[in-house]
Each structure stands twice: as C-alpha cells, then as structure tokens.
Design a protein around this ligand. Structure first.
Ligand code: NAD
Length: 333
C-alpha cells in the first residue's frame, strides 16, 4: 500500500484507475481541474484537489500536502484536432503540465511517475501489432507532446532517479467516456445507437483499431505503479520503460458497429439503426495495433475483458443514463 496521486483522476480512465487503486488498499489523492472530469465520477475515499497542472504553484502545493510516493499522470488535453488548431494550448497542459508534475515529484521525493502515453499517435501506420522498440513517428502536436513527455520522463529518471513508466494505450473504451468528444468512438456510437440514430462512419469503415477496456487499462496502471523496479526493468539502467497497453487484436469500424448493434439488442432489446458512411477523414490511420507482449512478460498483464463483453458493459452503463446523453455528434474513425 502506498500514497498515490492521480492527476486527471476525475476523468474517464482516471476514475476507473482511482477505483482500482482504492480497491487494492492504496491511499489515493486526485488532482484535476474538472475541465472534462467530474466530481461525481470519483469513488468514495479519494481526496480531490481542484487544480490546473499548467499552474506550477498549485501543483507544488498539492504535492507538498499529499507527499505521494507514486504518481499516475493522466491529466491532459485529449483532443488531437484541438492540438492541431492550438498547438501552444496543447503543449501548455501536455508538456508544461507534465514538467510541473515531474518537478514537484522531485521536490516531494516521489519515487515513480506513471504517464499516460498513446500507442496510435506514436507508432503511426502499422501492418502488424507495434512493439515498443519500433521507431516512433508522431505527426500531430498531441502525439509530439506524448513523445516529448516520454523523453522528459527518461531525463528525470536518468538525472534524478525518478522511476518513469510510459504506458502507450490503445483505443480505450468503457463507462464514463465522453460521448460528445471527437475521440472515443464506442462512447459516440453508444450515444447515437441509444438515441435511435445511425452511427456515422468516416470512409469505408475498414480502418482497424486496438480496443482495450477501461478496467483492463486501470489494472495496467495499478500494476505499473506497484511493480518492483527489478521487474519493470530487468536489465537495470536508467529507470525508464515504455509498455504498450493494448490487445494486439484489430477490429474494423464496421465490425465494431456490428458488435455494438448485437450488444444493444441483448442489453436493451429492439433493433438498432445501421451505420451510415460519410467521406473519409484526411489523416486518419488505416491501422493501429499494439503488441502487449512486454507488459505481459514483465507485469503479468493481459487484457481480460473481451470486446463483446466490454461493449455490453459499456452499453448497459450508457443505457442506464440514457436521458442524460443527448445524441452525440461525429465519430472518430
Ligand atoms: N481514452 C483513450 O483512448 C486514450 C488513449 C491514449 C492515451 N490516453 C490518455 O489517457 C489520459 C486520460 O484520458 P481520458 O480518456 O481519461 O480523458 P478525460 O478527458 O476523461 O481525462 C482527462 C482528465 O484530466 C483533467 N484535466 C484536463 N486538463 C487538466 C489540467 N490542465 N489540469 C488538471 N486536470 C486536467 C480533466 O478534467 C479530466 O478529468 C490522457 O493523458 C490521454 O491523453 C487516452
């Protein structure tokens, strides 16, 4: 058991991670500016500090009060298209915010920082599941910031001995994801299907993604926080390591919609509308897949929730809150 500070803990992946950490006996504090996260996402037992990671003074004050041994850094500006329109605003949170967390961690004597990186935006187009050693090729400011974040973690590991773990997530889906965002195609399609509206697919729907259920991701986060340093990095050296957190299995958007319509029939009954296709979006990857072999070998993490089951759980969650969700807009893929 240790004291963990989760930045972005009131968000989608954050709140699932906070629940997972509390269930395993950790003391959990959350730093979140509630820009997209919600207070009501937080389970009982986590102390919330409303603060902006871009504000160095507030971050330092939270660290001084909490004195975390370990940090899970999830707080971020998560919109890739916003990062393209406003790269400086993206970097303010995603680069400078991370640096504030790392500097405060050094001052507070924090031992390890686990950082939410991203597979798809770092590896670019792949034909088979990407491995961590593969060359990284971020093309959006969002991806460039994740890439830089990993380098800063590596620097703080080498220079200051703070253990750094970058987790490169696939397409995370599950309850509490924002159905109004631009990403999170499962949440967007859930909103539309439950409103009786057809999901909108950009292009032919044959784009392939690696969907990973949020509770599996929360468990990967916990294992990365808890692991012995020796199992993170069997070879020793500067304590920085990157892990893919995906399934290695690809699903096309067309198949995803078919599975969601089937899951909806099981969960809520009735016939869901078929998808409609619009023009392809420039810049969308054809295929993004992550090989989870390294995290399997070193942390004994394997995805446990199959896509069909994860979709049922997600639709059930959204169906229970149907009135609260207005029909959602555009899809990501
Ligand atoms: N969802 C995915 O598929 C996915 C894939 C790859 C990486 N990630 C990364 O995982 C992390 C969590 O993403 P999510 O999907 O849960 O999104 P989310 O928007 O639900 O979570 C982000 C959280 O950070 C908070 N936040 C934003 N800006 C902040 C700031 N300046 N100061 C303090 N808090 C701030 C938000 O209020 C929110 O609670 C992000 O770093 C994201 O880049 C997500």
């Amino acid at each position: 058991m240790s004291t963990v500070l989760v930045t972005g803990g009131a968000g989608f992946i954050g709140s699932a991670s906070v629940a997972e950490l509390l269930a395993h006996g950790h003391r959990v504090a959350v730093l979140d500016d509630l820009s997209s996260g919600r207070r009501e996402n937080l389970p009982e037992g986590a102390e919330l500090f409303v603060a902006d990671v871009a504000d160095a003074g507030s971050v330092r004050a939270v660290f001084r009060q909490v004195r975390p041994e370990r940090v899970l850094h999830l707080a971020a500006q998560i919109s890739v298209s916003r990062s393209v329109r406003e790269p400086a605003a993206d970097a303010r949170v995603n680069v400078v915010g991370l640096l504030h967390v790392l500097e405060a961690a050094r001052e507070a004597g924090t031992r390890r920082v686990v950082f939410a990186s991203s597979g798809g935006v770092l590896y670019g187009e792949v034909e088979r599941p990407a491995v961590e050693e593969q060359a990284l090729a971020p093309i959006s400011p969002y991806g460039i910031a994740k890439w830089a974040g990993e380098r800063y973690l590596e620097f703080f590991a080498r220079e200051h001995g703070i253990e750094g773990v970058a987790l490169r997530y696939g397409n995370v889906y599950g309850p509490r994801q924002d159905p109004h965002g631009e990403a999170g195609v499962v949440a967007i399609f859930s909103g539309r299907l439950l409103a009786g509206e057809p999901p909108q697919i950009h292009g032919d729907g044959e784009n392939v993604r690696d969907y990973v259920y949020v509770e599996d991701v929360a468990r990967a986060n916990r294992l990365a926080l808890e692991a012995e340093a020796g199992s993170l990095l069997p070879g020793g050296g500067a304590p920085f390591v990157a892990f893919n957190v995906g399934t290695g299995r690809g699903t096309t958007v067309n198949r995803l919609v078919a599975l969601m319509r089937q899951a909806l029939a099981e969960v809520a009954g009735g016939d869901a509308p078929a998808a409609v296709h619009g023009p392809a979006r420039p810049g969308d990857l054809r295929s993004s897949l992550l090989d989870p072999g390294r995290i399997g070998r070193r942390l004994d993490w394997r995805p446990q929730v199959a896509l069909e089951e994860g979709l049922r759980r997600t639709l059930r969650w959204f169906a229970a809150r149907r009135e609260a969700i207005a029909p959602a807009g555009d899809a990501m893929l």
